[in-house]
Design a protein around this ligand. Structure first.
Ligand code: GDD
Length: 391
C-alpha cells in the first residue's frame, strides 16, 4: 500500500505569492483552471495501491474543507487535510502526523511539495525506488548553473544514482542537478526524523542553536522561541546528513519542472499545465472548432459557468474561472481570470488583456487595455494599465 502526503505550508509561507493569495490560499490558486494542489493530487491517481492522500499545512481547516470533500468524491480515494497548529518545517510537519499516515500500514510514502509544477512521474519513481532499495528517492532535474542556487543542489553517482552530496541553496556552485521537492520514502523516514530531534534534545537546546533552526516566521514570534522545538527541515536536516550513506537515491526527470513562488510564475505554470492537458485531458481544453463560438488560439481553459462573448478572441495560454464574463470584442492573451471577473466591452473600442492576472470579482470597463499587470480582487478598472499592480 502507498499513501501520498502533500506539504501545503501556510499563510506566512506564501508571502511572495501575495497579493494574489489574499482571498485564496496559495495551494488553491488556479493553474490551468484547477487549484495548484489539484495537479499533484491527480498525478497520485496513477500510483498503484494508493489508499489515502493527506494535505499537511497550517491554513485554517475551513479553507480546504470544500475542495477536500469534492476531490475525495471525484478520485474515490480519501483526501484529508491535516492542520498543524504552527509550522514544524517540512520534515517536522510530516513527523507530527506519523500515526495517521501509518494508519493503513503503507510500505511507501510519496511526499510532494505543493508549490512545484511538473509531470509528477510517480509510478516510474516508485519502480526505481524499489530497485534502489534505499530509504528514499528524490526527483531531480538539470537546470542552468545560474538558477541552481535557488534550490537544493545535489551530486549523484552516475551509475548507481545514489545521492552522494546535498547542499541546500548553496552560496557557491555545487551542481546543476537540483531537488524537485518530490520524494518516495519508506516508513523508516519517521525513525530518521525522530533520530535528528533526539540528537538535538540530547545536545541541549540552547537559544542560539534553537534559533538557528527556527524558520524566520518563528524567530519573529518570541512566544514560540523558547518552546521545545520540533522544527525539522527535510532538506538541510535530513537529506544533507544522509547523503553518501547508501540510503538516498535520485531519479532524474527530463520533462518540465518549475517552482511556483511568485504570481508571475503561476502564469508560466498555468501554460505548462494547459499544454500538458493536450495529451492527458484534452476534454478540459476549449478547441477552436466552434464548440464555443469565440475565436480560440492555442491552449485555453474556460470554466463551464463562465460566459464568453462570441466575438471575443481568447488565447494562447488563457484560463478563465467560474462565473467570469468576457464581453464583446475582448482580446485575452496569457491571462488567468479568476472567479466572477467581468471584462466589459460594449462601445466601439474593445478591452484587451495581455500577460495579466485578474483577481476575484474584478471589473474591467470598456475601452480599457491591461498589459503585464496584476489586479487585486474586487477592483474596477476604468483606465488602462501597463506593467502595474493595482491594489
Ligand atoms: N505543512 C507544512 N509545515 N508545510 C511546510 C512547512 C511547514 O512547517 N514548511 C514548508 N512547508 C512546505 C511548503 O509549502 C513547500 O511546499 C515545501 O514544504 C517546501 O518548502 P520550504 O521548506 O520553504 O522549501 P523551499 O520551497 O524553499 O525549497 C524546497 O523545495 C525546492 C523545490 O521546490 C527545498 O527542498 C529545495 O531543495 C527544493 O529545490
Amino acid at each position: 500500500k502507498v499513501v501520498a502526503v502533500i506539504m501545503v505550508g501556510g499563510p506566512t509561507k506564501g508571502t511572495r505569492f501575495r497579493p494574489l493569495s489574499l482571498n485564496i490560499p496559495k495551494p488553491l490558486f488556479p493553474l490551468a483552471g484547477q487549484p495548484m494542489v489539484h495537479h499533484p493530487i491527480s498525478a497520485c491517481k496513477r500510483i498503484p495501491n494508493l489508499t489515502q492522500i493527506f494535505l499537511i499545512g497550517f491554513y485554517e481547516e475551513r479553507e480546504f474543507a470544500l475542495y477536500v470533500s469534492s476531490i475525495s468524491n471525484e478520485l474515490k480515494v480519501p483526501v484529508r487535510y491535516l492542520r498543524e497548529d504552527k509550522p514544524h518545517g517540512s520534515a517536522g510537519g510530516l513527523y507530527n502526523f506519523r500515526d495517521l499516515i501509518m494508519e493503513d500500514n503503507p510500505s511507501h510514502i510519496v511526499l510532494l511539495n505543493c508549490d512545484v509544477c511538473c509531470t509528477f512521474p510517480l509510478p516510474e519513481m516508485l519502480e526505481a525506488h524499489k530497485k534502489y532499495d534505499g530509504m528514499g528517492t528524490i526527483l531531480v532535474i538539470k537546470v542552468s548553473a545560474e538558477s541552481a542556487s535557488q534550490f537544493g543542489e545535489l551530486v549523484a553517482d552516475p551509475v548507481t544514482n545514489e545521492l552522494l552530496h546535498y547542499t541546500e541553496k548553496p552560496e557557491t556552485f555545487v551542481s546543476d542537478r537540483i531537488n524537485c521537492g518530490v520524494y518516495i520514502f519508506t516508513p523508516d523516514i519517521f525513525n530518521t526524523i525522530e533520530g535528528v530531534s533526539t540528537q538535538w534534545k540530547d545536545r541541549g537546546s540552547d537559544t542560539f542553536s534553537m534559533n538557528r533552526r527556527l524558520s524566520s516566521f518563528e524567530s519573529l514570534h518570541s512566544a514560540t522561541r523558547n518552546a521545545p522545538t520540533h522544527f525539522v527541515r527535510l532538506d538541510q536536516d535530513i537529506l544533507s546528513p544522509l547523503a553518501g550513506k547508501k540510503q538516498l537515491y535520485t531519479y532524474e526527470t527530463l520533462d518540465f519542472w518549475e517552482q511556483i513562488k511568485t504570481p508571475g510564475m503561476s502564469l508560466r505554470c498555468s501554460g505548462l499545465y494547459l499544454a500538458q492537458f493536450r495529451v492527458t485531458n484534452p476534454h478540459l481544453l476549449v478547441s477552436g472548432d466552434g464548440t464555443k463560438s469565440a475565436s480560440i488560439t492555442g491552449d485555453v481553459y474556460v470554466h463551464p459557468s463562465a460566459k464568453v462573448h462570441p466575438s471575443a478572441k481568447i488565447g494562447p495560454n488563457v484560463s478563465i474561472s467560474a462565473n467570469a464574463r468576457i464581453g464583446a470584442g475582448v482580446r485575452l492573451i496569457s491571462c488567468i481570470i479568476l472567479d466572477n471577473v467581468e471584462i466589459k466591452a460594449t462601445g466601439d473600442y474593445n478591452s484587451k488583456l495581455g500577460i495579466t492576472i485578474l483577481g476575484e470579482a474584478v471589473t474591467v470597463e470598456d475601452e480599457v487595455v491591461v498589459i503585464n499587470s496584476i489586479v487585486l480582487p474586487h477592483k474596477t478598472l476604468n483606465v488602462s494599465k501597463k506593467n502595474s499592480v493595482t491594489a
